[in-house]
Design a protein around this ligand. Structure first.
Ligand code: GLU
Length: 427
């Protein structure tokens, strides 16, 4: 049976638990358990066949006490306002846990870019900015890539924003292509950031990276870059799973002596879909979609969508698993979380593990706003410093107060945001 989850209910329940721990006063709870502003709009777009289609768009600005709102825009056929609300709230906590001066927001469009031509996607991107442009901006709300959106989408959105405003404003959006206002290292940042925190977790557990194996859900930008850096620190990824657009189902691909990232990239589409027909010839076993979490590995990296590790499948997680590093936003449901805590699995929670993306976006904003760009080593070493410091703060608090790592990360984040609201006199 497949349950359905409301991510906003989950996000609010997580917040409520931490509000209790922090003993937040009622006004703080009232403010922070809802978004400050939300927008829903209709994007009209002329398709290649001449017909007009209407796409539903969302932008939710959860909180901007610490700075301009920040958060990606997703393209997904099943996007809902409640999912975007949850993701916006999670962005607020994510920016706070890595201590960057930004608030949280998120956007979405109900669409499936697999079925749209490049021109149609450009029309949707420009339409999004025409609908929302007045309520976003470099000092107000700064979008970025997310599920099924790319650097190209960001550049179309920037171009439309600049055309509307009649001036160059590269700080309007992040995740742009390098050479047109983008930052070196932004494409790698989420996956690399995850591995920086994973490296620290392994250190804490006294495990050598070279002695470990991993299984990954998803094969998009986050997963690909995490697999690359994880192999550079000595780890071996033995299984990846991804969505198959033709079959409308997901599969796991396993090769016990380790997957070859570049070989797989050669047979992968731009949405992270691996060609099922070709993968068998390369010596991979084809397994059911959920097999990725049953593998006999040390590390699981869910890097696809929300609500993937649930009360229904958590007991099937391989017995050897010691660490789960959450590349996706909200991949674990609260009931599954309790089971992981009970089993003593070290969870690097999403708001920490995948914060490398927004941290590098912050670096990109700084570079774009000053029009001076850093080299890749500088970006990645600054990213490593931020991620490592955030990991240490979370794990020290978890140890000191005997908290689950997710709770510790939330305590740090919510406390920082509540303080900013209080200092501004909002609550
Ligand atoms: N969409 C990414 C996230 O969920 C990055 C957001 C950003 O760079 O602003 O963290």
């Amino acid at each position: 049976m497949t349950r359905s989850y409301n991510s906003f209910d989950i996000a609010q329940a997580q917040f409520d638990g931490v509000a209790e721990l922090l003993n937040l006063d009622p006004s703080a709870r009232d403010l922070l358990r809802y978004p400050m502003r939300e927008f829903t709009f209709a994007i009209t777009a002329r398709m290649d066949d001449g017909r007009i289609r209407i796409f539903r768009g969302f932008r939710v600005q959860h909180n901007d006490a610490k700075g301009p709102c920040k958060g990606g825009i997703r393209f997904h056929p099943l996007e809902t306002l409640d999912t975007v609300r949850a993701l916006a709230m999670w962005m607020t906590w994510k920016c706070a846990v890595v201590d960057i001066p930004l608030g949280g927001s998120k956007g979405g469009v109900v669409c499936d870019p697999h079925n749209l031509s490049a021109r149609e996607q450009e029309t949707v991107c420009r339409g999004y900015v025409r609908c929302m442009g007045r309520n976003m901006g470099p000092h107000l709300d700064v979008p970025a890539p997310d599920v099924m959106t790319s650097a190209q989408h960001m550049l179309w959105m920037l171009d439309e924003f600049e055309a509307i405003h009649g001036s160059k404003q590269p700080g309007f959006i992040t995740g742009k292509p390098v050479g047109v206002g983008g930052s070196q290292g932004r494409a790698e940042a989420t996956g690399f950031g995850l591995v920086f925190t994973l490296r620290e977790a392994l250190k804490e557990l006294n495990i050598r990276p070279g002695d470990t194996t991993a299984s990954v859900q998803g094969f998009g930008n986050v997963a690909q870059n995490a697999i690359r850096l994880y192999s550079q620190i000595g780890g071996r990824t033995v299984c990846v799973s991804c969505w198959d657009q033709t079959d409308q189902a997901s599969y796991s691909f396993r090769r016990k002596d380790g997957i070859d990232l570049d070989e797989l990239l050669g047979i992968t589409d731009r949405f992270g879909g691996i060609d099922k027909r070709k993968v068998r010839d390369l010596g991979y076993e084809i397994l059911p979609g959920e097999a990725w979490l049953e593998q006999d590995v040390d590390i699981l990296i869910p890097a696809a969508l929300e609500n993937q590790i649930t009360e229904d499948n958590v007991s099937r997680i391989g017995k050897r698993v010691r660490i789960i590093a959450e590349g996706a936003n909200g991949p674990t449901t609260p009931a599954a979380d309790s089971a992981l805590e009970h089993r003593g699995i070290f969870v690097i929670p999403d708001l920490l593990a995948n914060a490398g993306g927004v941290t590098c976006s912050y670096f990109e904003q700084v570079q774009s706003n000053t029009n001076y760009y850093w080299d890749k080593d500088e970006v990645l070493s600054k990213l490593d410093i931020k991620m490592t410091a955030a990991f240490i703060a979370v794990s020290e608090l978890a140890r000191k107060r005997k908290l689950f790592t997710r709770t510790a990360a939330y305590v740090i984040a919510v406390d920082r945001v509540a303080r900013a609201c209080r200092d501004r006199g909002w609550i």
